[in-house]
Design a protein around this ligand. Structure first.
Ligand code: DGY
Length: 373
């Protein structure tokens, strides 16, 4: 294991299990009086390695979505005197919140800076899948292009179809707003709650579009997820991974989808039963998928890598410099604020954390209410 230390001798000690982009996050922790111990290894650290790094004195930690932050690590953090943990991610299915809360450890995440960036990748995957750009690139690079042909890589036209959003929270809504107006798509969303702000955006957009000779676009909450699967030309998954969303897309739900539908996943891999998807893609060559995440990451289900009607990227939907630096800053602000005894922001605003004086608040603590922060 290789580690580097910033602000050696700081009164508080924070362990960070991967080096993070940007500089502000180190400045935030340093200004809060923290010695920052950073893993410089590109390997995913084991629980033992993280425990060893926290040692006997560790006030806070910033960890990765690839690490299981559960009983063992939270107990080790507590034994080391720790009070704060932040995931370097907005998703937190790798964190056992109850285990942290029961030990009085605050848990942060990094919402707000990933929204448009992740939506952009979902849009990119939508087109890569529908218009077969990855397949065509592989073909071209292999020297197989012998000249223009009328039927070379025929794909699916998206214009005027129905866009199905599973989970219309921040990222799902941003994706719908990015894609649907420009392509005159009707929007059907499925969510635990109605999203009046999304519906009113499309009402307003329809007024504008109609005034310019375009058509009105509908945006409504589906009666059921099955209705969304049946009716949509594009289905994009933006739901958190929960017991009720694990394998939400399985052989039964795939069978409901149109044979030439486009399925996009930038949420979490296990929302799709990947073996069932492989089978479905093989049986339905006009059905296309665009995947950023995988069920057993970094592995892919057997056969998936060879299937042409699936566009794949390695969990990079949030990978822009601005977003990854922003995530680092928010994670550092979470830990620094808790260790300094500050409360938690409740406005959902994040911009003021990213530059200027660091606010005396934590940007996002998931168990703030339970811990009275
Ligand atoms: C997250 O933050 O949850 C993404 O999956 C990685 O940025």
């Amino acid at each position: 294991m290789s580690w580097r230390t910033e602000n050696e001798g700081g009164a508080l000690r924070v362990v960070v299990t991967k080096d993070l982009p940007g500089e502000r996050w180190v400045e935030v922790l340093t200004a809060a009086g923290c010695e920052v111990v950073i893993s410089t290894s590109r390997d995913i650290l084991s629980v033992d390695e993280i425990r060893e790094a926290m040692g006997e004195r560790c006030d806070g930690a910033i960890g990765q979505l690839t690490e299981p932050w559960a009983e063992e690590l939270f107990e080790a953090l507590k034994q080391a005197g720790g009070k704060a943990y932040s995931n370097y991610a907005v998703g937190f299915d790798n964190v056992d919140l109850a285990e942290a809360t029961s030990r009085g450890i605050a848990v942060g995440n990094t919402p707000g800076v990933l929204t448009e960036t992740t939506a952009e990748m979902a849009v990119a995957l939508t087109f890569a899948a529908a218009r077969r750009s990855g397949e065509a690139e592989v073909f071209l690079r292999a020297g197989k292009y012998d000249g223009w042909l009328p039927d070379l890589f025929l794909g699916k036209r998206l214009w005027g179809g129905t866009l199905g959003i599973v989970g219309a929270g921040r990222i799902g809504s941003a994706y719908a707003k990015m894609l649907a107006p420009g392509h005159e798509l009707d929007v059907l969303y499925w969510d635990v709650e109605a999203r009046p702000e999304l519906e009113s955006f499309f009402e307003g957009y329809s007024d504008l579009n109609a005034a310019h000779g375009g058509r009105r676009l509908s945006c409504r909450r589906a009666e059921s997820v099955e209705e969304l699967f049946r009716e949509s030309d594009i289905i994009s998954l933006h739901t958190p991974l929960l017991p009720e969303t694990r394998h939400l897309v399985n052989s039964e739900s795939l069978a409901l989808m149109k044979p030439d539908a486009v399925l996009v996943n930038t949420s979490r891999g296990p929302v799709i039963d990947e073996a069932a998807l492989v089978e479905h893609l093989r049986a339905n060559p006009d059905f296309r998928a665009g995947l950023d995440v995988f069920e057993k990451e970094p592995a892919m289900a057997e056969g998936l890598a060879e299937i042409p009607n699936c566009a794949i990227v390695p969990h990079i939907a949030s990978a822009t410099t601005w977003t990854r630096e922003g995530m680092a800053t928010l994670a550092a602000c979470n830990v620094a604020a808790v260790l300094q005894g500050y409360g938690c922001e409740d406005s959902g605003e994040i911009d003021h954390f990213l530059e200027g004086d660091v606010p005396q608040k934590a940007p996002s603590i998931l168990n703030a209410a339970e811990l009275g922060l």
